[in-house]
Write a protein that binds this ligand. Structure first.
Ligand code: NDP
Ligand code: 8X3
Length: 246
């Protein structure tokens, strides 16, 4: 699956996990990649492996920084992937600072990036905007509460983007994976490696490369085809609550 004309692909959250795998896969498919995240040491190490790529230090929660960094770039493919969960306890024990961080990153971060990139895509009458949603944005699970709400909001934004900006040459896709083994669980449990490892005990999660493969499929379709919604489960995961473990 190859991209034509060496398009410029922005990947937010390219310093780890799904974003890093997506950047590698897009580059292999023929894109010039713009790698965005907060940890520039990781971005620079990745950029050295991907000739022609660029890095930008970006906190997607910072609306004016996002606007400044992206508004003048002719981005053909925007993979709005930066995101995180914090904690998995019940709402009645939740920490409002964690709620802010999830909503500011997962929801407003997507809005900030879309606001900066979409006008140019609409002017050029082409482009791909891919949102990293989640099955957590389709089914709530115990303790998922605010993370679930953030990903349900991403799904609403996907639908809203289609209505607000659809029909003008730009394709919108929501890519919604189930469990993927990345640093996600470590971030969620604030570096507790045992707790993070237990998430994947006795089951085979998706690899970030599996998600990147689906992404490349979506953006390499002919211009008149918009895949739209991709839900990608590990075979052993039947729902956000049901995982067959050995
Ligand atoms: P990782 O923790 O491995 O990677 C998260 C990435 O997001 C990092 O590159 C991190 O970079 C970046 N990021 C976090 N906060 C910010 C911020 N404020 N500004 C810019 N970048 C930020 O997790 P995943 O790869 O698993 O997650 C990627 C996306 O996929 C998320 O949206 C997640 O919700 C979604 N997802 C994950 C699933 C999973 O099971 N892993 C399943 C379904 C969806 P840095 O810290 O350097 O800024
Ligand atoms: C991340 C997948 O199941 O941990 O979106 O919520 S899950």
């Amino acid at each position: 699956m190859k991209l034509k004309n060496n398009p410029l692909a922005l990947v937010t959250g390219a310093s780890a996990g799904i974003g890093e795998a997506s950047a590698r896969a897009l580059h292999a498919a023929g894109a010039q990649v713009l790698l965005a995240a907060r940890r520039t040491d990781r971005l620079q190490a990745l950029a050295e492996e991907l000739p022609g790529s660029e890095t930008v230090q970006l906190d997607v929660r910072d609306a004016s920084a996002v606007q400044k960094a992206l508004q003048d770039r002719a981005i053909d493919i925007a993979v709005l992937n930066a995101g995180l969960a914090r904690g998995a306890g019940p709402i009645q024990e939740g920490d409002p600072a964690d709620w802010d961080e999830m909503l500011d990153t997962n929801v407003k971060g997507v809005l900030h990036c879309a606001r900066a990139v979409l006008p140019g895509m609409l002017d050029r009458k082409r482009g791909d905007m891919v949102l990293l949603g989640s099955v957590a944005g389709r089914q709530v699970y115990p303790g998922g509460n605010v993370y679930n709400a953030s990903k349900f909001a991403v799904h609403a934004l996907y639908q809203a983007l289609r209505l607000d900006a659809g029909g003008r040459g730009v394709r919108f896709t929501t890519l919604d994976p189930g469990m993927v083994q990345t640093e996600f669980a470590e971030v969620r449990y604030r570096g507790d490696k045992d707790q993070a490892k237990a998430v994947y005990d006795g089951m085979q999660p998706l690899a970030p490369e599996d998600v990147a493969d689906a992404l490349v499929y979506a953006v390499t379709r002919p211009a008149h085809v918009n895949v739209g919604e991709i839900v990608l489960w590990p075979t052993c995961q039947s729902s956000t609550r049901d995982v067959a473990r050995t």
